[in-house]
Ligand binder design. Structure first.
Ligand SMILES: *[C@@H]1O[C@H](CO)[C@@H](O)[C@H](O)[C@H]1NC(C)=O
Ligand SMILES: *[C@@H]1O[C@H](CO)[C@@H](O)[C@H](O)[C@H]1NC(C)=O
Ligand SMILES: *[C@@H]1O[C@H](CO)[C@@H](O)[C@H](O)[C@H]1NC(C)=O
Ligand SMILES: *[C@@H]1O[C@H](CO)[C@@H](O)[C@H](O)[C@H]1NC(C)=O
Length: 490
């Protein structure tokens, strides 16, 4: 080849190579938080107790170190600094959640707190002034204790209470908030809470898992329909429920069925009713659980069936597909007589499936966090195979480390996950339109308060809760600015 041809070829190669690392035009980057984990101010003004306030004040096993979210990052007072950080990073959106008891002290919609309303007004307006879109999660686990006293997510009336709450929220903020998540991670709300007791309300009760699963879906659907009918014509926003953080891989080739059942059980149980054409529970899960019920002498299905009317109510209640991704587990069929240790989805025991960490991945930190970025791309393919070519948004993806400022492990994780996401977009043709890092800053991490996920370090020993950018904050900022992915390593 002549040298000019070589030059052309090498320019083309550079372009092709570079193209893979560039995010699609309009792709949005954000960072996330949730009310209980950052706001603090648990008892200011007329705010009442949430189930997390109650649990961490009264149940000793809920906290490894006796701390709670009473003050957390004190974002109730320091929200201006939070906006400043979002601006420093160049975020297109900031995902945060509303505290139900801060807005509706009674849990019911008969009284709106003036201070609660103003707090979120200020936050939303402050973000918009900086050109940052608010992405609002209506429910991120902090149920009013007053409603828990009535059975919480196991009481079928909760779907109406949630609908009322959502209607208040839209009436206050839908003019400015265009992207919504109704409910974050139902598997944590129903399964982790009621099967492990490690999340509020800290009750271990398997039947409650299934009542909760159905009620969460009905609550989401009713809230989605209120928006769709009353607010979408005016404001054209979009809503999704937000699912799950784990991808399940088959242990061996023979375990593909076990892996697929695990996906259907822990993801499909909260998506099939909404995104599938037929609605209702994933058939394989309904069948297996019913068989288990019969075998164990139950006269009613413990996973409550949907009526046809309920199926229609829930089906199609989405505008996009929001999900979180953190790590992956391996699934295999239990050996005869094998004891299955409880997991965050305890019902998996009824399916005779064992979930384990990847044998060839060592945990980066105790408790185990098995980094497997490829699981993100696989999860995306699974969603598209099941539900078609939806608009997808990664609403959380994050990594915890010991709290150090030079957090190369976090940057590597972000890089590797973003790379897998880009492969899903460029190679597989997935329409992923946004990515939100969890979390903007170190937060109060529920039953494991010491975990540090933040792009910003928070000094929890200082009354000022001083926030400082970690190296990962600078990395993310550059990725956002370039709208392209580069290695964090020199
Ligand atoms: C609010 O809770 C804190 C503990 O986090 C306590 O010290 C304070 O007295 C409480 N304030 C009110 C008004 O009850
Ligand atoms: C916190 O909850 C998670 C989810 O159930 C569980 O895996 C973990 O072991 C719990 N941590 C502690 C310290 O109890
Ligand atoms: C992705 O989804 C968005 C929102 O629905 C839509 O506007 C866009 O055209 C889609 N992009 C592709 C490549 O399908
Ligand atoms: C913060 O306080 C905890 C104990 O309350 C202590 O273990 C830790 O070292 C302190 N951190 C700093 C940076 O002072």
């Amino acid at each position: 080849m002549f040298s000019s041809q070589v030059a052309v070829v090498s320019i083309l190669l550079t372009l092709v190579g570079a193209e893979e690392l560039v995010f699609p035009p309009g792709f949005k980057f954000g960072a996330a938080s949730s009310a209980y984990q950052i706001e603090g101010a648990w008892n200011v003004s007329d705010k009442t107790e949430s189930i997390w306030d109650r649990a961490l004040h009264t149940l000793p096993w809920m906290s490894t170190d006796g701390t709670n979210g009473d003050v957390a990052c004190d974002s109730y007072h320091l929200w201006q600094r939070d906006i400043e950080m979002a601006e420093e990073l160049g975020l297109k959106f900031y995902r945060f959640s509303l505290s139900w008891t801060r807005l509706l002290p009674n849990g019911f919609a008969n009284k709106i707190s003036e201070d609660g309303k103003n707090y979120y007004d200020n936050l939303i307006n402050g973000l918009l002034e900086k050109g940052i879109e608010p992405l609002v999660t209506i429910y991120h686990w902090d149920l009013p204790q007053s409603l828990q006293d009535l059975g919480g997510w196991t009481n079928p009336l909760i779907s109406d209470w949630f609908e009322d709450y959502a209607r208040v929220v839209y009436s206050l903020y839908a003019d400015r908030v265009k992207t919504w998540i109704t409910i974050n991670e139902p598997v944590a709300i129903c399964d982790t809470a009621y099967s492990m007791g490690t999340f509020a309300p800290g009750i271990i009760h398997l039947e409650s898992v299934y009542l909760c699963s159905k009620n969460v879906l009905l609550a989401h659907a009713k809230a989605w329909r209120v928006y769709d009918e009353e607010y979408k014509p005016l404001y054209h926003g979009k809503l999704s429920i937000c699912n799950h953080w784990v991808w399940f891989e088959a242990h061996t080739e023979d375990d593909e069925e076990a892996a697929e059942l695990s996906r259907q059980y822990s993801v499909g149980r909260y998506t099939h009713a909404i995104y599938s054409n037929e609605g209702g529970w994933p058939p394989a899960i309904e069948e297996r659980l019913n068989a288990y019920n019969v075998l164990h002498g139950y006269s009613h299905p413990r996973l409550p069936p949907f009526t046809d009317e309920e199926k229609e109510l829930v089906k199609g209640t989405y505008d996009y597909y929001g999900f979180n991704y953190y790590f992956s587990l391996m699934a295999r069929r239990a050996l005869p007589g094998e004891t299955i240790t409880p997991h965050y989805v305890a019902g998996i025991r009824e399916l005779g499936i064992v979930m384990e960490a990847y044998p060839d991945l060592s945990p980066t930190l105790p408790p185990a966090f098995y980094k497997y970025p490829e699981g993100l791309r696989k999860h995306i393919s699974w969603i598209r195979e099941k539900y078609g070519d939806l608009e997808l948004m990664i609403a959380e993806n994050g990594f915890y480390s010991t709290g150090k400022m030079n957090d190369f492990d976090r940057m590597d994780y972000m890089h590797d996950c973003l790379e897998q996401m880009l492969l899903a977009i460029t190679e597989d043709g997935a329409n992923v339109t946004g990515y939100s890092y969890w979390s903007l800053m170190d937060s109060f991490e529920w039953n494991e308060s010491g975990l540090k996920f933040g792009l910003y370090h928070v000094d929890f020993n200082s009354t000022e809760r001083t926030r400082s950018a970690r190296a990962s904050a600078d990395y993310y900022k550059t990725v956002i600015k370039n709208h392209a992915l580069h290695s964090p390593r020199p």
